[in-house]
Design a protein around this ligand. Structure first.
Ligand SMILES: [Mn+2]
Length: 414
C-alpha cells in the first residue's frame, strides 16, 4: 500500500511585496491566492493521503481576514475528504505563545508542529488503514540556530513509509546563502537518518538535495521577485512501501512567473524593429516553456555588441515590451550592451584591454585560478556552484565593458 502526499513549503501568505509596484503587488496577491487554491485542488484530484506544509506558510504575524478565511477553508476542504494536513512552523511563522499560528482555528484533521519537540503523526486513509508516518519539528521562535532536525529518527522497524519534515537550512544546498542559516543541517546528517523521504522547507529554490534517502525542497508556491524565478509549485510524492525510493513529480501551480532573459547576438541589429523582433523571439520561446498559463514578470538583459547600443532607452524599451506582449512587469538592463568594437585591434592598442582580456580568459577556463589569486581569504570557493555562478556573471562581458569605459573616457570608436 503506497503513501501519497503533496509536499509544499514557504507559501509566505500575505507577503507585503514592498519591492513591487502597486499594480504588480495586486497581481501577485491574487496569484498567491490562486496558487493556494490550485494546491488544494491538486491534493483532491490526486486523492493524496496528506498535505505537508513545511514552514513559512505565513509571511509574518499579520494575516488579513480574507487570507485567513481562504486558508482555513482550503484546509477544511481537504480534511472533510479525509486528507490529513500537517503544518510545521518556520522562522516567519513561529509557534510561540503570541504567534498567529497558535491562534488560528485549525480544522479537525490538521496537525500543527509548533516547536522543537518531535511530533509523530500516523497518516491514515479514509478506510482507517495506516499509510505512512510523518515525523516533524518546528520553530518555536523566529531565530532558531539549533539543528532541530537532528532529533528526528525514523520508526524502526516499520511497516509503512516514514517521512521527516523540517524547516531547515541544508548547508550545502544551492541558493542556501540567500537565506538566513536557521536550523542548519548537513547533507551527511540527513543521510544518516534513513527516512524514506525528507520534506524540507526554507530555501526557496526547488531542488533535490539528496538522492538516498530522497530529500527535497519544493521551493515556494508563487515567486515574488527576481530572486524567485522559474516555475513554482509543489511536489507530488508517492512511496510504494518502506525502503522503496519515492516517485517525486513537480507540479507547476503559480500563475505568475519571474524570469530573466539574456538577449545576445545583436551585432546586426540596426533599427528598433529588428531589436523588438529579436527580443520578441526570446519572449515567445519563454512563453512556450511556461506553457501559456503563466503571466510573466521579465527582466531583460541585453548584452554584447550592437549598433543601437547608444540609442536604446531602458524605460522606453521596457514599456514597449510590456504593452506589446501583455507582460505584467518588464525591466530592461542595457549596461552590458556596447557599440560594435574591434576587440583585437583595441587589445593591441590598449594594454589594459589586453590585460583584462587575458584575465577573463584565464578565469573562465580555470575557476581554480580565481582561488589562487584571492589566496587564503575565504571569500570564494571554486567548488561552490553559487560562487561559480557569481564569477560567471562578473566575467560576462567584462572585457568589453572595460574597453567601452576606456573609449568613453576620451578614446575613439574604431
Ligand atoms: Mn524560512
Amino acid at each position: 500500500m503506497s503513501f501519497r502526499f503533496v509536499h509544499a513549503a514557504d507559501l509566505h501568505l500575505d507577503s507585503p511585496l514592498v519591492s513591487r509596484s502597486p499594480t504588480t503587488a495586486d497581481r501577485l496577491r491574487e496569484a498567491s491566492a490562486i496558487a493556494f487554491s490550485r494546491l488544494i485542488r491538486l491534493c483532491i484530484v490526486e486523492d493524496v493521503h496528506a498535505l505537508l506544509l513545511v514552514g513559512d506558510t505565513l509571511d509574518g504575524e499579520r494575516l488579513s481576514m480574507a487570507t485567513e478565511v481562504m486558508f482555513l477553508e482550503g484546509l477544511e476542504r481537504l480534511t472533510q475528504r479525509g486528507i490529513q494536513v500537517v503544518v510545521a512552523t518556520g522562522n516567519h511563522d513561529p509557534g510561540d505563545g503570541q504567534g498567529t499560528m497558535l491562534s488560528l482555528d485549525w480544522p479537525e484533521g490538521c496537525h500543527l508542529i509548533r516547536d522543537e519537540n518531535v511530533v509523530r503523526i500516523p497518516v491514515k486513509d479514509r478506510t482507517g488503514a495506516l499509510r505512512g508516518t510523518v515525523d516533524g519539528v518546528g520553530f518555536a521562535a523566529r531565530r532558531e540556530e539549533r539543528s532541530l532536525a537532528l532529533a528526528l529518527a525514523p520508526p524502526s522497524p516499520r511497516s509503512v513509509p516514514a517521512v521527516a519534515m523540517a524547516h531547515a537550512q541544508v548547508v550545502e544546498s544551492r541558493g542556501a546563502r540567500r537565506h538566513i542559516p536557521y536550523a542548519p543541517i548537513h547533507i551527511a546528517e540527513l543521510a544518516a537518518r534513513p527516512f524514506d523521504y525528507w520534506a524540507l522547507g526554507h530555501v526557496h529554490l526547488r531542488q533535490q538535495v539528496l538522492d538516498r534517502p530522497a530529500a527535497w525542497y519544493p521551493g515556494n508556491l508563487q515567486g515574488r521577485h527576481f530572486k524567485e524565478e522559474g516555475a513554482k509549485g509543489a511536489l507530488l510524492v508517492e512511496i510504494a512501501g518502506p525502503g522503496r525510493p519515492p516517485n517525486v513529480e513537480f507540479r507547476s501551480l503559480a500563475p505568475v512567473r519571474f524570469a530573466t532573459l539574456e538577449v545576445n547576438g545583436l551585432g546586426d541589429t540596426r533599427d528598433a524593429g529588428r531589436l523588438i523582433e529579436k527580443v520578441g523571439a526570446a519572449v515567445e520561446s519563454l512563453r512556450r516553456e511556461a506553457s501559456g498559463h503563466e503571466d510573466l514578470c521579465l527582466r531583460v538583459r541585453l548584452a554584447g555588441p550592437c549598433p543601437l547600443a547608444r540609442r536604446v532607452d531602458e524605460e522606453e524599451l521596457a514599456d514597449t515590451m510590456r504593452r506589446r506582449w501583455g507582460l505584467i512587469e518588464v525591466h530592461c538592463e542595457t549596461h552590458a550592451l556596447h557599440p560594435v568594437l574591434d576587440m583585437d585591434a583595441l587589445a593591441r592598442r590598449e594594454p589594459l584591454v589586453a590585460l583584462v582580456r587575458a584575465l577573463v580568459h584565464e578565469l573562465r577556463e580555470d575557476p581554480q585560478a580565481a582561488q589562487r589569486r584571492i589566496g587564503d581569504v575565504q571569500l570564494f570557493s571554486a567548488d561552490d556552484p553559487d560562487d561559480l555562478e557569481i564569477l560567471e556573471d562578473v566575467l560576462n562581458g567584462m572585457d568589453t565593458r572595460i574597453a567601452r569605459a576606456l573609449l568613453d573616457g576620451g578614446g575613439d570608436v574604431p
